[in-house]
Write a new protein. Structure first.
Length: 258
């Protein structure tokens, strides 16, 4: 795709505001997850995605940002390609992960060939996508038969229900550098996410909630939340605020039932 077509597809998916925001925060983005509590938090969600994938193979990371998950995947022995609508985030990713390819564009229109990836991931990005059905049908198209998709993004629960209002307030107060903004994100319930995956044609669909300890909590509260995290995820999952969904493209659409 040439530059003009890329920009048109980003505009069409209504991603300009999101892209501008991430262009602005690209330089400071990694500070959230590369240090202290953010590091534990990111490790937790990236492990829940990684455990869905076989070792090695060629990964596509949707909304790859600065390449945090791409780096993780490559360190585990795989090969990875990232796509993101923010030029700033892609620039950072290319600086950090020189051996991987990064493409500017929207996950809703993937500029890749059919059946060309062994796995597709997306971390903390899916909620921004205005046309999740398109993202999933495009993912289905580019995955090799039998290959997995795994995503982790904010789900809808007691805590996240209030986030859109909080984001509107923080935007009004111009707290952009803190990575807040009102972007009309969609937070999914387990049932909604399952339905999206089934409708796209995936099989072996599993959706669960994860994350109870948020890196923005004060240290003593975080430590308690972290201790409770396994219990909450197992027994009161509604309190966990991320949602991890996975599935697999059937090997033979004609034979394998879902
Ligand atoms: C919170 S960041 C997550 C980045 C990275 N996945 C990570 O785990 O650190 C969200 C990213 O999603 C990207 N994004 C949002 N909507 C997108 C879309 N429709 N297609 C591709 N990327 C998108 C943003 O530009 C941003 O880099």
């Amino acid at each position: 795709m040439n530059n003009l077509m890329v920009q048109m597809s980003i505009n069409n998916c209504d991603g300009t505001k999101v892209a501008n925001h991430y262009n602005e925060v690209a330089d400071v983005y990694d500070q959230r997850y590369d240090e202290n509590l953010g590091k534990f938090y990111y490790h937790h969600i990236s492990r829940s995605v990684m455990e869905r994938f076989p070792k090695g193979g060629r990964l596509l990371d949707l909304g790859c940002g600065t390449g945090l998950f791409v780096r993780h995947y490559v360190n585990e022995g795989g090969e990875a390609v990232g796509i993101d609508i923010s030029r700033g985030m892609i620039g950072k990713a290319s600086d950090k992960c020189g051996s991987s390819n990064f493409t500017l564009g929207t996950a809703e229109v993937l500029p890749f060939r059919d059946d060309s990836f062994d796995a597709v991931s997306s971390l903390l990005s899916f909620s921004y996508m205005k046309f999740p059905e398109k993202t999933l049908s495009e993912t289905y198209r580019v995955l090799r038969p039998g290959s997995p998709i795994a995503i982790c993004t904010l789900g809808r629960n007691l805590f996240t229900r209030g986030l859109p209002a909080l984001y509107h307030i923080s935007e009004a107060m111009n707290l952009k550098k803190a990575c807040f903004g009102a972007f009309g994100e969609r937070y999914y319930s387990v049932e909604e996410m399952e339905q999206l995956f089934f409708d796209a044609g995936f099989i072996d669909v599993q959706v669960k909630r994860c994350s109870f300890a948020h890196y923005n909590l004060a240290r003593p509260i975080y430590d308690i939340a972290k201790k409770m995290e396994p219990f909450v995820e197992r027994n009161i999952p509604y309190l966990a605020y991320n949602i991890c969904a996975s599935g697999r493209k059937p090997v033979d659409e004609g034979i394998e039932p879902w």
